[in-house]
Design a protein around this ligand. Structure first.
Ligand SMILES: *Cc1c(COP(=O)(O)O)cnc(C)c1O
Length: 808
């Protein structure tokens, strides 16, 4: 664009925006509130996006290309306004115009609430995959639930987590379109009767409770292209707001109760990350978005396919994101048989060919299983179909392995009176994959080994990825500009091109520019911490960061214990030579997860101790940032020097935080777990710091014993000191972390914190040495950015296209 064209664009923008402000607020620009400034901009964006959206949909409705639908109970999309502006290619213009009109651009963007429609990595992965699919012009959509309340807002009060409801819709949400004309009725409870209709055995569902599912669609705009895919989120409403007969008989309260029971289905997101809690309402949610989503897909498919289901699985991929949408299998069977009149074998062929499944965890406490009675009561027809799927599967097993009944029984989808959702997903999908190489191997060799022996060809691996547009270009604009100036912009479309940065690996001028960007990002975060935590930190200290859900397997405890140990060393020797450190933590604990909440309390207690001790001369600071969410994440990742990825080996399926840190130049300090292993491969052993037990070693201890945490305790005076400090009042008068102490000693340290402690402190010493040589450190940091191309979610989506959905 030449400068006069650009000026013209800007003048047009200002005129349209001024008009829009008047429309949405009834005020002129000077009197419009920030909220109205935001709403006006949002409306302009939707106008821009919607014509491309309509065009994309018209194209898709012809059924020419294969469509992918991600079924997921979470989509952690983050704020969208800036993404739309960047993807439309008008961000510069809007920012400049806003400033020229005397508006505060950043404050306008901050008006958007952060849709907390996910717990953590699983939901965020879906958001990155939608972003990448659109960026690559590939037809892929999301299907989930429009929770009225997202994940709770976390406040830290007196060092403890307090949960506050997250009413993210309170000012409306400008990027969704409500489509009541596309509603679907979802049926719960009732009885099933087999009837003979025209000589065919037909199943009729009676006395059910109907709930209305209303879709809200959000456009997912591609980066600098014309593709706009859709994220469809379903909201539950009563069929009739007031059930008139009930009302007339004076049962007003019953009518109101029906309304609130219906709405309850999409009221809240369950706040468990990697944890299963078998609540009936959750099962209702799972069926809700599966049933509604499939119904719309099938209706739309048939409309452009001469009302026939022929070729459905050639044109439609239903991708099951973890087991929460596992009912896709039996529900698709139900529709194909009961509504479309297909026989079992034909319906089953279509179902298996259409479905693919990604597993996200091997933690036993996360694997879903529903009591048979609950499933049968709530979803009687679905349960019948699951029984039949299982009966046929066991028949197949007994034919293949006639003399192996106990083993075959152990693979049964229904066992111990539960429906096992991972088993159901594997049996009804043509593909199952893990999310990193190690994780996929563990699935094949341990978790799902029995199924792997039956269906080896179904098992795949696709390593996760993250959106470079959100987690580099948009959240780290200074680094983006520096990279653009240095190697051009082809990396915007192919992240592997970041490798070209390696030509500056010994260039002192580039070092200075690169370090200046890092410092600027650290200052931005330091500023945030000063405002929110009233802690001042040294921006030249090592920013050593662990941000993710608080969970025992992620071992924030190991990090916290090491901080306490460092504190003890500094108290013993105030002249200890070390680079100053700022340890930064953030993450939410599930509200019912007592232990994780104790870990938050421990971190804040250590922060209190350390930050107020003047004898440390500011060598050590500890900060716990409240309410980790996507918006906060975007400030944190670019500011890191160290990325803490210290899960017990074998427990973290992939991790994606590790990739976001790497892309922004942080050095991974990690165990050989999840995608850390692939980070090591990408960046080479001299540009990462690894430590600790391997997944095999952990597995062996767990299977065969041989680890006693008390032995370690008895041999290591450092550990004795810190564990005593947990319970002796060091961390506050009357404050004792007895449950943590007991978990480590009495209950033998299930996550190998003490076992890995020595290796971890050694690794932390290496970090200190490396950082103190700024040339070495900068080189490592640049290498990390340069080699992060493989962790673009664009690459992940390409892998899925080729390996799993078979889209060429
Ligand atoms: C990336 C991300 C996560 C996942 O982090 P891990 O370190 O992989 O557990 C969780 N929450 C948010 C907000 C994220 O952006």
């Amino acid at each position: 664009m030449n400068s006069s064209d650009r000026q013209k664009r800007k003048d047009e923008y200002k005129a349209t925006y001024t008009k829009k402000i008047e429309e949405v607020s009834g005020n002129c620009l000077a009197d419009a509130s920030l909220l109205k400034q935001y709403q006006a901009l949002a409306e302009m964006i939707m106008e821009d996006v919607s014509s491309q959206w309509a065009k994309t949909n018209t194209l898709y409705n012809k059924n020419e290309s294969k469509q992918v639908y991600f079924f997921s109970i979470e989509f952690l999309i983050g704020r969208l306004m800036k993404s739309y502006l960047v993807n439309l290619g008008i961000e510069d213009i809007v920012r400049e115009c806003s400033e020229e009109m005397g508006l505060d651009y950043e404050a306008i963007l901050a008006q958007e609430s952060d849709p907390g429609l996910g717990n953590g990595g699983l939901g965020r992965l879906m958001a990155c995959y939608l972003d990448s699919s659109s960026a690559m012009g590939m037809p892929a959509h999301g299907n989930g639930i429009r929770y009225k309340y997202g994940l709770f807002e976390q406040r830290i009060i007196n060092g403890e987590q307090i949960e506050v409801a997250d009413n993210w819709l309170k000012n409306g949400y400008p990027f969704e379109i409500r489509n009541p004309d596309k509603s679907v009725i979802v049926k719960y409870y009732g009885q099933i009767h087999a009837q003979n209709i025209n000589g065919n055995l037909t199943f009729v569902h009676e006395n059910y409770e109907p709930i209305m599912a209303i879709p809200y669609d959000i456009p997912i705009k591609g980066y600098h292209n014309e593709t706009v895919n859709s994220l469809r989120l379903w909201s539950a409403e009563p069929l009739e707001a007031f059930d008139l007969p009930t009302f007339n008989q004076g049962h007003f309260l019953n009518a109101v109760r029906h309304k609130s029971e219906a709405e309850a289905i999409s009221q809240i997101l369950y706040p468990n990350d990697n944890g299963f809690d078998g609540k009936l309402l959750r099962l209702k949610q799972e069926y809700f978005f599966v049933c509604a989503g499939l119904k719309r897909i099938i209706t739309d498919f048939k409309r452009s396919n001469e009302n026939s289901m022929d070729g459905f699985s050639d044109k439609i991929c239903i991708h099951i994101n973890d087991t929460h949408p596992a009912l896709c299998g039996p529900e698709l069977m139900r529709v194909l048989m009961d509504e479309e009149g297909l026989g079992w074998d034909d319906a089953w062929k279509i179902t298996v060919a259409a479905l693919s499944f990604t597993n996200h965890t091997v933690l036993p406490e996360a694997l879903e299983k529903w009591p048979v009675d609950m499933m049968n009561d709530l979803l009687p027809r679905i349960y019948m179909i699951i029984e039949e799927i299982n009966r046929r599967f066991l028949l197949e097993l007994n034919t293949k392995y006639p003399n192996d009944t106990p083993r075959n029984q152990s693979l049964s989808i229904i066992r111990d009176n539960y429906v096992h959702m991972a088993s159901l997903s594997i049996v009804s999908s043509h593909s199952i994959n893990g999310v990193a190489a190690l994780h996929s191997k563990i699935l094949r060799e341990e978790t799902f080994n029995g199924y792997y022996q039956v269906y080896p060809e179904r098992f795949h691996s696709v390593t996760n990825g993250v959106s470079p547009r959100r987690f580099l270009m948009s959240s780290n604009p200074e680094l983006k500009d520096l990279i653009d100036e240095s190697i051009g912009t082809t990396w915007h479309h192919n992240l592997f091109d970041l490798k070209e940065l390696l030509k500056y690996i010994n260039d002192p001028v580039f070092y200075d520019q690169f370090n200046a960007v890092k410092l600027s990002n650290k200052l931005r975060l330091a500023n945030y911490m000063a405002n929110h935590n009233s802690v001042t930190v040294d921006p030249n200290s090592i920013f050593d960061i662990q941000v993710k859900r608080i969970h025992e397997y992620k071992r924030q405890l190991l990090n916290a214990l090491h901080v306490l140990y460092l504190y003890n060393r500094l108290k013993e020797n105030p002249n200890l030579e070390m680079a100053p450190r700022t340890f930064i933590f953030a993450g939410k604990a599930a509200p019912g997860y007592y232990y994780a909440k104790e870990v938050i309390k421990l971190i804040t207690a250590i922060a209190e101790l350390v930050n107020n001790d003047v004898s440390l001369h500011d060598k050590l600071k500890v900060v716990f940032l409240a309410n980790f969410n996507v918006s906060l994440a975007e400030i944190i990742y670019p500011a890191a020097n160290i990325s803490e990825q210290i899960s017990t080996a074998g427990k973290e399926a992939s991790g994606t935080g590790n990739m976001k840190f790497m892309m922004n130049g942080a050095i991974t300090l990690g165990t050989m777990d999840g995608a850390n292993i692939e980070i090591l491969e990408a960046v080479g052993p001299s540009n990462i710091v690894t430590f600790g037990l391997s997944a095999d070693e952990v597995y062996n201890y767990q299977q065969h014993g041989g680890y006693r945490s008390v032995d370690i305790f008895e041999q290591d005076p450092r550990i004795q000191q810190i564990l005593h400090q947990l319970v002796d009042g060091t961390l506050g008068l009357g404050i004792s972390f007895q449950s943590i102490y007991d978990s480590l000693l009495l209950y033998n340290d299930g996550y190998f914190v003490l076992k890995d402690f020595n290796a971890y402190t050694d690794a932390q010493n290496r970090v200190d040495q490396l950082f103190r040589n700024q040339t070495v450190w900068t080189k490592m940091s640049i290498s990390n950015v340069a080699n992060s191309g493989i962790f673009s979610s664009d690459r992940s989506i390409k892998d899925y296209q080729q390996e799993i959905w078979k889209i060429i």
